[in-house]
Design a protein around this ligand. Structure first.
Ligand code: 4AD
Ligand code: MG
Length: 453
């Protein structure tokens, strides 16, 4: 009878001494001492690897010289207490080479992130990227857990849309190459279509029917900026809540960040410890703090005043902080990192720099907008209370070059105050993993001039 197959994670989590198991994985390193060979095998299921001991009785030991870094293999053996650094090891009764790996490019430890970006198809096999992608998985699960606990319904908004929700004009067009080139065929959809920059407008319609909804979906922006925080394709989490105001969704954002961080801290101890050791941008005390304290809240006007005070004390910015202009990343990082040493929510931005759907405040100059800022990252969340008054939203929609009658219907028929936000999922993973470059949080990153595989 053959032994049961187990993952490395399962073997290490609850080892039964003397149990016979079969493990599949990839060889990280091999070391030979006297008549013994020690194989470090990782199958991606956990941060830790399994140490396998091969002796002269192990079936297949005569082929051990073929076991080079990167090969895939199958090991059958017995779980034993280890005399080495690790708690347990597998004393192999049989080892089988499954796939050879001549000239494997990830030979040594400590390749630079730049080098690994050029090997993106293989980099998930390293400790660093294994950790990042397992943390990303936990963050996605924690996201669904949070909204499901809070009574939200998960909504699949469309990816193909006629709308430029944000009005920033950085859309990707959806076309059919041949018919477009011939110039004669009409648009496939009968009108111009784009990849969604946001699912918000659909989430609004859904919230005004289902009450509380959230999307968690790919979004696309033709950002021509080569920064460490922008991607052309990224995932956004967008809750939308009926009968809610700006204050309600600020609380929702603060709770979300707090609870998701707490869950990742609980579920990814080994990953976070590994990353903290190797990447100074990751601070577990900072994550603990984020998971325990609600974020500060200030208005945009107060933010500008704080930045102006900083300038008067000698702080230098590339862009002078002036009322009416967008907060630059340097301002956002300064506010979260230096002034608040943690997350901060900034509300009530000038109307002129925000999209058409945001609710006008009574001062006539600002809108009920909110951004949540984090140290090192800057903007993580952007949201607002939506303009629910028919006359005001009709006037704002008139500025757009689109038929928004369906959107106005939401205000015509049973309008209600409602509010929501969008959170850049990869930026959250950046913060939780300490990766300085957003491209290192994505399996196959897409950005301007970057479509590697
Ligand atoms: O602030 P944004 O543009 O907000 C919206 O799209 C709203 N419609 C959301 C809503 O209210 N439902 O984008 C939301 C978040 C940003 O705060 C940022 O974290 C992320 O999406 N984001 C990007 N992440 C990676 N690459 C990009 N190019 C991003 N652009 C925005
Ligand atoms: Mg924004």
């Amino acid at each position: 009878m053959t032994a049961p197959r187990m993952s490395v994670k399962a073997v290490l989590a609850a080892p039964t001494m003397g149990q016979r198991v079969v493990v599949h994985g990839w060889l990280r390193t091999r070391r030979t001492a006297k008549n013994l060979s020690f194989l470090v095998v990782n199958d991606g299921s956990a941060q830790e690897s399994l140490q396998v001991v091969v002796d002269c009785h192990t079936q297949g030991h005569d082929q051990i010289e073929d076991f080079s870094t990167g090969v895939s293999l199958c090991v059958e053996g017995e779980i034993k207490a280890s005399r080495g650094q690790q708690q347990i090891e597998l004393l192999a009764t049989a080892v089988t080479l499954i796939g050879a790996a001549p000239n494997y490019p990830l030979q040594k430890k400590g390749h630079t992130l730049e080098f690994l970006r050029e090997q993106a198809h293989l980099r998930a096999r390293t400790n660093t990227f294994g950790a990042v992608f397992r943390i990303k998985d936990s963050t996605a699960r924690a996201t669904h857990d949070f909204f499901q606990r809070a009574g939200f319904y998960c909504l699949h908004a469309p990816i193909t849309t006629p709308s430029d929700c944000e009005g920033a004009g950085n859309l990707f067009a959806v076309t059919v190459p041949d018919t477009e080139a011939s110039g004669s065929a009409p648009h496939f959809f009968g009108r111009p279509a784009y990849l969604a920059v946001s699912g918000q407008l659909y989430a609004e319609a859904a919230a005004l029917a289902l009450g509380k909804v959230y999307t968690f979906a790919p979004t696309f922006r033709a950002e021509n900026s080569n920064t460490t925080r922008h991607l052309a394709e990224f995932w956004m989490i967008e809750p939308e809540v009926a009968f809610a105001d700006l204050n309600d969704i600020c609380t929702l954002a603060a709770d979300f960040v707090q609870q998701v961080t707490a869950q990742v801290l609980r579920d990814n101890v080994a990953e976070l410890e590994f990353l903290q050791k190797h990447y100074p941008a990751l601070s577990l005390p900072a994550l603990e703090k984020l998971s325990q304290t609600t974020c500060a809240r200030i208005t945009y006007t107060e933010a500008i005043a704080l930045l102006a005070q900083a300038v008067s004390r000698g702080q230098r910015f590339d862009h002078a902080p002036t009322w009416g202009a967008s907060l630059q990343t340097e301002h956002e990082k300064y506010l979260a990192g230096e002034v608040f040493s943690g997350a901060v929510i900034v509300t009530d931005y000038p109307k002129a720099i925000k999209p058409f759907y945001m609710r006008s405040n009574d001062d006539g100059k600002t809108v009920a907008a909110m951004d949540l800022l984090l140290p090192n990252i800057g903007e993580l969340v952007g949201g607002s209370q939506r303009e629910e008054r028919l006359d005001l939203i009709t006037a704002r929609c008139a500025e757009l070059h689109e038929d928004m009658s369906w959107y106005l219907d939401l205000r015509r028929f049973g309008t209600a105050p409602h509010a929501g936000w969008g959170l850049g999922f990869e930026r959250l993973v950046q913060y939780l993993s300490g990766m300085q470059n957003i491209r290192d949080t994505v399996f196959a990153p897409r950005a301007a001039q970057l479509l590697y595989f």
